[in-house]
Design a binder for this molecule. Structure first.
Ligand SMILES: C[S@@+](CC[C@H](N)C(=O)[O-])C[C@H]1O[C@@H](n2cnc3c(N)ncnc32)[C@H](O)[C@@H]1O
Length: 256
């Protein structure tokens, strides 16, 4: 299978992305995603590939703490620490069962979970890293990507909403870096900002390389829309964000 190191579960890699929300392109994406989220009282939400929980935070805050629960799932166990911190910072303060973290690999799907259980599922720049390798064909495949889209559909209640972002094909990381670099002048701790940004970029080459060999999936929007329809979603809408380097997509599971 060649060199198949996966940095995502590593503490060092996970922590490098804890400061992603400081970058202007990510702030743009967070704002745009928040605009498309309408969490309300008593709802149950799932955040796939949640990292440090930026989108879970948005759901909690936008609902003014009225959602029943937000569950963040990520392959890096250290993100549990980020969720513990997040719980102490949010207003209103969530009880542990209202904002939970689960370390788990979404590439395998959730065969042990029952369907129709979430009102909404959100995911930020994560699902593109679903990975599956076929020993028989000797290549990386899109099976895990298709599986996680099918799983989101199965896990949503009828009428439930799915809002997610993924990178555009061949993302111009240089553009993201440049826009982020310009913001250094407005930061109160510019060196720490640059150090954090640099830590993230060091993983960029790995992501690009793996996407080029089909392990990770930076797909054209038409292909993603086709996959969403195949997974059973309707009302698919999309726009670009993240300095033009990501698609933000919203769709629904049909009611009947
Ligand atoms: C670019 S970060 C985005 C984090 C977060 N969604 C945010 O918006 O800040 C990608 C996240 O996907 C997670 N991830 C990658 N592959 C995964 C997998 N197979 N299962 C679960 N999480 C995964 C990584 O650990 C990482 O936290």
């Amino acid at each position: 299978m060649g060199a198949t190191v996966n940095y995502w579960p590593d503490t060092k890699c996970a922590k490098a992305f804890w400061n992603q929300h400081e970058l202007p392109p990510y702030q743009e994406l967070l704002r745009d995603t928040a605009d498309w989220l309408e969490p309300t009282r008593g709802q149950r939400w799932l955040d796939l590939g949640c990292g440090s929980g930026q989108l879970s935070r948005v759901i909690w805050e936008k609902s003014q703490g009225l959602v029943e629960s937000v569950l963040g799932v990520d392959v890096a166990p250290v993100n549990e620490e980020a969720y513990a911190k997040l719980r102490t910072r949010l207003q209103p303060k969530p009880m542990a069962m209202c904002l939970r973290f689960l370390a788990r690999d979404f590439s395998q799907g959730f065969p042990d979970w029952s369907g129709d259980q979430f009102d909404g599922i959100v995911s930020g720049l994560s699902l593109q890293y679903a990975e599956s390798y076929s020993e028989e064909m000797g290549t990386w495949t899109q099976t895990a990507y298709d599986r996680i889209l099918a799983e989101t559909n199965r896990l949503l209640k009828p009428g439930g909403v799915f809002v997610f972002s993924v990178n555009v094909p061949d993302p111009a990381w240089g553009r993201v870096a440049w826009v982020s670099f310009l913001a250094v002048f407005s930061k109160s701790r510019p060196f720490s900002y640059l150090k954090n940004a640099w830590r993230m970029w060091t993983y960029g080459n790995w992501l690009t390389r793996e996407s080029q060999r089909g392990r990770f999936h930076y797909l054209p929007i038409e292909k993603i829309v086709g996959k969403l329809h195949a997974a059973g979603f309707v009302d698919v809408e999309h726009r670009t964000s993240f300095a033009g380097q990501a698609y933000l997509i919203r769709c629904r599971k049909p009611t009947a």
